[in-house]
Design a binder for this molecule. Structure first.
Ligand SMILES: Nc1ncnc2c1ncn2[C@@H]1O[C@H](COP(=O)(O)OP(=O)(O)OP(=O)(O)O)[C@@H](O)[C@H]1O
Ligand SMILES: [Mg+2]
Length: 226
């Protein structure tokens, strides 16, 4: 078994823009060890979100390999990939993507309904997450009734509820004020230190990057170790 939880090797993704081909990822590679906190920085348009979405199995690369715990996710059929994602991967999007018609609690529980895991009962974990994220009094509110920071904390709880092997986050503090950013950052470091959570975070926020074990910079679709 590989010592890496994530192995992305020579990932290529290109988009057609009119008569031009844009290489969003141009042989980007990243290997992440269990329990590591990796931050990816880089200028706008350098390919960070594309790379993160490919590693999280939300998008398929044109070429290259992405394996999580030894499973080559690019080779999984759509059903198997969706199951694998639900069981092993947590994702926090920049705009949190909560379902507007569902309460905070219902949003948090979506992964447990979509991917029921026999080996995991979530009630205890839910209590801990809700307490750590200070959401006790907000569980029955709709996303539109929550502040931006609260919505982001709900999104984080949803990403962590199934105890993912790896958590990907795209600009998780991008829309937050300093206090809420600090809260989210505290949660990241706590899940890493207490639960050994593996984290891959795209960020412009240097206070987030400063907390990471390793920082890489994406430039023109290639990742460079800083
Ligand atoms: N669906 C798409 N169709 C065409 N081009 C795309 C698409 N998505 C992204 N691109 C292009 O791919 C490149 C990388 O985009 P990406 O969103 O990965 O950058 P980013 O580093 O996340 O930028 P930001 O920091 O602004 O979020 C950009 O040139 C972008 O225009
Ligand atoms: Mg982006």
């Amino acid at each position: 078994m590989s010592e890496y939880i994530l192995e992305a090797v020579d990932v290529i993704k290109h988009y057609k823009q009119y008569d031009q081909v844009v290489y969003a990822c141009n042989r980007a590679s990243l290997k992440v060890k269990d329990g590591e906190f990796v931050a990816i920085v880089g200028s706008s348009g350098s390919g960070k979100s594309t790379f993160l979405h490919i590693c999280a199995g939300l998008m398929r690369p044109n070429d290259g390999k992405v394996s999580i715990r030894g499973t080559d996710i690019a080779k999984l059929k759509p059903d198997a990939l969706a199951r694998f994602r639900g069981n092993h991967i947590g994702i926090v999007f920049q705009n949190h993507n909560l379902i507007p018609q569902l309460t905070a609690l219902e949003n948090i529980l979506v992964p447990t309904v979509m991917c029921a895991r026999e080996d995991h009962t979530y009630e205890e974990h839910l209590k801990k997450l809700v307490a750590a994220l200070d959401l006790e009094n907000r569980l029955h509110h709709l996303p539109s009734e929550l502040s931006g920071g609260q919505q982001q904390r709900v999104a984080l709880a949803r990403a962590l509820i199934n105890r993912p092997q790896i958590l990907f986050a795209d600009e998780p503090t991008g829309n937050l004020d300093r206090k809420n950013s600090e809260e989210v950052l505290r949660l990241f470091t706590e899940t890493k230190n207490l639960l050994g959570q593996t984290l891959v975070v795209v960020t412009h926020d240097m206070t987030v990057a400063d907390c990471a074990d390793r920082v890489l910079e994406m430039r023109d679709g290639v990742l460079y170790e800083l």
